[in-house]
Design a protein around this ligand. Structure first.
Ligand SMILES: NC(=O)c1ccc[n+]([C@@H]2O[C@H](COP(=O)([O-])OP(=O)(O)OC[C@H]3O[C@@H](n4cnc5c(N)ncnc54)[C@H](O)[C@@H]3O)[C@@H](O)[C@H]2O)c1
Length: 259
């Protein structure tokens, strides 16, 4: 039996590079899917592609009323909400801290951190009404170390970890599990298109060549981990952090024989 039959899943940033792959996979495994995104055009196109069991909700994750509308729409359409994936996220234009303006700092924190906070705040009662469920917050390997020129993004993803652990403690007794996924560099518009206000894209200056698994990650790599973490196979896992980075955080895999 498909793992997500009779389950309803809300994916924020669900029209994006990773989000759309997550949505398609949940749908293929039987779930009702709600695509929450500010990108109405791509969200609507994905609903058309999937046909039944799919809805688009125009969701700006920084806006609490927008969240309430999306969660209500999910419950109205499908009867319950069982899984929330806080996946929407944006990067700052690369700059050292001393050249980062406060508006950029606030915008990144608003979307990546406050958006995740609001999502859990508004979805938790719905998950409780469904007698339990799972939340996965998409962080980053940048939430596990420092990265020069990415202070707002790094800070936002570190903070998501603390928020996740706190939510896991608050919601565990209600059978709601909360975990983070920390992707490395994944081939999506996020790395192939410059951030708002930037001229270069990450793919212009990053190469996977030095690392243990010398390729970019694919959305499907992350999707497989996400589906495991939100499925009943992971029923004893909460408050945990899952790195999926092809060895990026290990550092360079030196090749002395090639010298
Ligand atoms: N691609 C990578 O290398 C990488 C690595 C680590 C972590 N991540 C994280 O993975 C997640 C998904 O990124 P992606 O690679 O799919 O990027 P993407 O740019 O393809 O998709 C991001 C999606 O978020 C949506 N979005 C932006 N602001 C929003 C808002 N205010 N409300 C709702 N939706 C909004 C966009 O419209 C887009 O559809 C992000 O949280 C990102 O930080 C990405």
């Amino acid at each position: 039996m498909p793992r997500f039959d009779n389950q309803t899943v809300l994916v924020t940033g669900g029209a994006g590079g990773q989000g759309s792959n997550h949505v398609r996979a949940f749908h293929a495994e039987g779930a009702n899917v709600v695509i929450g995104d500010i990108d109405t055009e791509r969200g609507a196109a994905l609903v058309d592609e999937l046909g039944t069991r799919a809805r688009f909700a125009r969701l700006d994750v920084t806006d609490e009323s927008s969240w309430s509308a999306a969660v209500s729409a999910a419950e109205r359409a499908f009867g319950a909400l069982n899984v929330l994936v806080n996946n929407a996220g944006v990067q700052n234009p690369p700059a050292p801290i001393e050249n980062t303006d406060q508006a950029t700092w606030s915008r990144i924190l608003d979307i990546n951190l406050t958006g995740t906070f609001l999502g859990m705040k508004v979805a938790a009662p719905a998950l409780r009404r469904a007698a339990g469920g799972a939340i996965v917050n998409i962080a980053s390997t940048m939430g596990l170390g420092g990265t020069a020129h990415y202070a707002p993004y790094v800070a936002s993803k570190w903070a998501v970890r603390g928020l996740t652990r706190t939510a896991a403690l608050e919601l565990g007794r209600d059978h709601i599990r909360v975990n983070t996924i920390h992707p490395g560099v994944i081939a999506t518009p996020f790395i192939h298109e410059p951030a708002a206000g930037a001229t270069a894209a990450i793919a212009d200056f990053y190469s996977p060549e030095p690392f243990a698994i010398p390729r970019l990650g694919e959305p499907s790599d992350v999707t497989r981990l996400l589906l495991f973490l939100t499925s009943s196979d992971a029923s004893f896992i909460t408050g945990s952090e899952y790195v999926i980075d092809g060895g990026l955080l290990l550092g360079p895999a030196l090749q002395p024989e090639a010298a």
